[in-house]
Design a binder for this molecule. Structure first.
Ligand SMILES: Nc1ncnc2c1ncn2[C@@H]1O[C@H](COP(=O)(O)OP(=O)(O)OP(=O)(O)O)[C@@H](O)[C@H]1O
Ligand SMILES: Nc1nc2c(ncn2[C@@H]2O[C@H](COP(=O)(O)O)[C@@H](O)[C@H]2O)c(=O)[nH]1
Length: 206
């Protein structure tokens, strides 16, 4: 019997494009997906909860996690560390559940090296002007941090071709519809491959 593993979905895109907003809407509709809560050294924003939005770590704690090989990927993004807990992702996929990562581009490229079979989705802003408005109006960062994040956005957009899908987030509902379609079609693809593989095995054994 072929063991059915879950599918790893990776959502990236520049800071402020709406990844968190879109991801939360996807999860309202697709309850069977599992979200991997990241580790970070950045300060908690008002309203954020440890263990829900992130696992908040000190620099030393984070560097220890790196040394111990506990992270599937990690990156320094605008002066803070961010990383994905390895055991949670691997164990959840092994149990047959799909896992959803919301991470920046450097980390996504590390995941791609180890999980080329992952599904990589890039969320794209309607324009750079709108990106600037969204991150500014969110009101969670100081001006210098916003500028650094926008600078980073240009590098991130250059990596868009490395992704399997690009979804424009002009309207949240439309972006969520597209991501749902991607998830469904990836499942169909894998079911088709599994059926072909099963048939090959049966033919060989008969
Ligand atoms: N389609 C949209 N139209 C208008 N505003 C949007 C849209 N999507 C998200 N926003 C708004 O843009 C701001 C940034 O969204 P969000 O925090 O989800 O971005 P993000 O990509 O997760 O950012 P970061 O990477 O910095 O965490 C929020 O204020 C959100 O409400
Ligand atoms: N490489 C990783 N990037 C991550 C992870 N978790 C979140 N992120 C990304 O960092 C930036 C900034 O996030 P913010 O919450 O401070 O606005 C954003 O692009 C996130 O998607 C992770 O585990 N690894």
């Amino acid at each position: 019997m072929i063991e059915e593993k879950g599918i790893l979905f990776i959502l990236s895109g520049p800071s402020g494009v709406g990844k968190g907003t879109v991801r939360k809407e996807v999860f309202k509709r697709k309850t069977e997906l599992r979200y991997s809560i990241s580790m970070t050294t950045r300060e908690k924003r008002p309203g954020e909860v440890d263990g829900v939005d992130y696992f908040y770590k000190t620099n030393d704690e984070f560097e220890k996690l790196i040394e111990q090989g506990k992270l599937l990927e990690y990156a320094k993004f605008v002066n803070n560390y961010y990383g994905t807990p390895k055991d949670y992702v691997l164990e959840t996929l092994d149990r047959g559940h799909d896992v959803f990562l919301e991470i920046e581009v450097q980390g996504a490229m590390q995941v791609k090296q180890n999980f080329p079979e992952g599904v990589f989705i890039f969320l794209f802003p309607p324009s750079l002007e709108e990106l600037k408005n969204r991150i500014t109006n969110r009101g969670t960062e100081e001006e210098d941090v916003i500028l650094n994040r926008l600078k980073e956005a240009r590098n991130e957009i250059e990596m868009m071709d490395a992704y399997d899908y690009v979804v424009v987030n002009d309207d949240v509902d439309k972006a969520v519809d597209k991501i749902q379609s991607i998830i469904q079609s990836e499942h169909c693809k894998r079911e088709r491959i599994a059926a072909q593989y099963k048939k090959l095995l049966e033919d060989e054994l008969s």
